[in-house]
Design a protein around this ligand. Sequence first.
Ligand code: ACO
Length: 450
Amino acid sequence: GLVRASVLGAAGLTVYDPGYTNTASATSTITYIDGGRGILRYRGYPIEQLAARSHFLEAAYLLSYGELPTAAQGAAFSSRVAAAAGAGLPANVLAVVAALPRGVHPMSALVTGLAALGGVHAETNPALAGPHVYDTPAAQDVQLFRVLAAMPLLAAAIYRHARGRPPVSPRPYDPAIHGTAGGAGAAGGGRPFSYTGLFLDLLERRSEGSPSAVAHPVVVRALDTLLLLHADHELNCSTATVRQLASSGVDATTAVAGAAAALYGPLHGGATEAVLGMLGRLAAAGGVAAIPDFLATVKRGEVKLMGFGHRVYRQYDPRATLVRRLAYEVFEAVAAGSDGSDSGGGGGSGGGGGAGLVAIAVALEKAALADDYFASRRLYPNVDFYTGVIYQALGLDAGMYTVLFAIGRSAGWMAHWREFLADPEARIARPRQWYVGAPERAYVDVHARG
Ligand code: ACO
């Protein structure tokens, strides 16, 4: 209700629109959202079909290039990601991560590591490279594969650092980890490569020479689907940040560091971690019985119901429906197979706690949806409401949840970076302001001030 407009000289019509609620800053062909009807599509494909039948790397291809890959294109794409991942991270970047305190928040470490990664590549000195260095598809691909490969490597290095464990090198091909994904990442007729399998091995392998950490196929598939579900969501805060940064001509890796910083905040990606904190506090306060008192504090405006509400959706977030289903699948697999896996984090610990928390989450959702406060404001669960309980069931540290979000969203960030560069109407992003400060006044010497 705060939109105001005025004509400011040469700039034409200036609209005051805090939070950009009504401002479109780009045309885009990547993701379609109908928030009123709860619809989400990548490049026209419904998210439900992609979640059921596609996988993260294929979605990354689709988002960047606009079409689903043929088998050969998919294989070539996976091979390039695998090759970039196989090269590992530069030693300087690993040293930057290792230099951080062990208790640093993983998202802070991710932002730092990505910024360092941007800096260690010669072509990423934007001042020297000039504004058009990324104009060719080949130059854009170098950045795309660098970012897609770096995300799981960096995330795993950060996770291990927090536990006092050195990073392990990626295994270029291991049928044990790459063959378990139930189709996730299968590279057409070529060698299968599972992005998520690789990531889980990097997280949980005991040490460099140890056998690969092999997670339950349901767990691999669930994590892969979560990455896919988080891959893009048009001009959310972090993706808008990528476009803002791209508009200055900076390289994609540095732009992605900025996007990760935006994602870190509790109102954006940090909500996943915040939801789990909220559910944990409810569990400690008596579980389902504590929900009415908790909702009363939300309604008094003292706290927010984390994982609820969305700027665009005034309906059920379609991703939340899919994630809730995934949560049940993972709990079943974890409960049935907790001793059938080599991997501590990838299939074992925390299952009981997670199952308890999901029961609280389901009851909390039900109570909120039946309450007029939430109904009248059209507040529904968003993607983050159930995501955290899955990660918790897999034994991942809470600080890692947003890092996992970032891995998935990096596919969308890179697609938007590419789209921005190809847009003939794109200009440096420079919003106007509405000045409400003091009128001109004369400087007062310090001895004469009140
Ligand atoms: N709990 C309680 N009340 C809420 C919530 C919530 N989670 N979300 C919105 N409201 C209330 C607001 O207080 C406001 O009430 P009012 O009209 O009485 O003032 C009304 O609903 C409208 O909400 P806005 O603040 O205008 O919604 P906005 O679009 O600015 O914010 C946001 C969206 C940031 C997602 C908000 O709903 C929120 O903070 N949710 C909790 C955090 C969260 O889950 N974030 C994840 C978002 S999804 C993602 O990043 C992947």
